[in-house]
Design a protein around this ligand. Structure first.
Ligand code: BV8
Ligand code: ZN
Length: 256
């Protein structure tokens, strides 16, 4: 690891110790070391599949069976995958912030909020409690008629599942291109970014909106922002610290 990275890790560890309100925004890079495919780049999902066909309401309306085949296959792959050291480090960071809430004196209270673009549920599997899932969750289904959301964790389907309430066809409870994020979910994400004094952007290419704009919300609110990613992104010029490397290497060093 290069010396400059070492130096940046030291600086970020210091900022973490001082932070009172921490917001972490993760993307697919946070799950890459668990074996979950990322979306863009050479091995990205969107190289093999056209997002318009399988990640849009139009694609689903055209061919729900094909879309469910794709999501079912991703569910199957995910069943074998485990959280990596980066997920675990974030869960431990959250626990250390939560422990401060028990300390006497409101002055010592520290808040932590995890906002994730990931739909794989690996943050929860690592022990993160209640991450804000701005793009939904691959293990949940939503009824196309009555909008009932069901948690079907671990289940595989050999075709579009039916709603247990009304019998209509369900879709993945995921945000597709051209779809609005759930208002209360997006509000929680914006609040977390606007109230924090430190934001970590971890493993995201920062091309998908509005999620990527959370970095600008934090910058606008005067927070310090650090980016941990394999490559620079359109947000790199806005952040105070850009750490280039694997999240599974860097995150554990931040909480040592
Ligand atoms: C919306 C389905 C309002 C889920 C996804 C033109 C300009 C700007 C915006 C737009 C535009 N045209 C349209 C838009 C809006 C559009 C958008 O942002 N398009 C972009 C691509 C140009 N956004 C939307 O449609 C959103 N809705 O805006 O509503 C609206 C309504 C109507 C009309 C207009 C607007 C909804 C967003 C859709 C989200 N759903 N896919 C699924 O099937 O999974 S997008 C997909 O990308 C995933 O959801 C994912 O969460 C998201 C972000 O990707 P990343 O997590 O960043 O992953 P990626 O592979 O890109 O990058 C990984 C990074 O990690 C890389 O940088 C890599 O270097 C790094 N990395 C890899 N390994 C590691 C690592 N880093 C560290 N360690 C490692 N080991
Ligand atoms: Zn229903």
């Amino acid at each position: 690891m290069d010396r400059r990275l070492d130096e940046k890790i030291r600086r970020l560890r210091g900022a973490l110790e001082q932070a009172r309100k921490l917001c972490v925004l993760t993307g697919a890079g946070a799950s890459a070391e668990s074996g979950v495919p990322v979306y863009r780049g050479n091995e990205g999902l969107y190289r093999a599949f056209s997002a318009a066909d399988i990640s849009s309401p139009e694609g689903f309306a055209r061919n729900p069976e094909k879309v469910w085949q794709w999501y079912n296959e991703r569910r199957r792959q995910l069943l074998e995958l485990k959280p990596n050291a980066g997920h675990v480090a974030l869960a431990r960071l959250e626990q250390s912030f939560a422990a401060s809430a028990a300390l006497p004196g409101a002055g010592k209270r520290r808040s932590f909020r995890l906002v994730t673009q990931n739909i794989d549920g690996l943050h929860q599997a690592a022990g993160s409690r209640d991450p804000v899932e701005v793009h939904g969750n691959i293990w949940k289904t939503r009824c196309t008629a009555c909008a009932h959301v069901a948690d079907t964790y671990g289940q595989l389907f050999d075709g579009p599942p039916r709603c247990t309430r009304c019998g209509a066809m369900c879709r993945p409870h995921i945000v597709w291109f051209g779809e609005l994020l759930e208002p209360e979910v997006w509000d929680a994400a914006v609040r977390a970014a606007a109230m924090c004094d430190l934001l970590l952007a971890v493993g995201t290419s920062a091309v998908v909106q509005p999620a990527a704009s959370l970095v600008h919300v934090a910058v606008g609110a005067g927070a310090m922002v650090a980016e941990i990613n394999l490559e620079e992104t359109p947000n790199t010029r806005w952040v105070d610290l850009s750490l280039l490397g694997q999240c599974g290497d860097i995150l554990p060093q931040l909480i040592e």
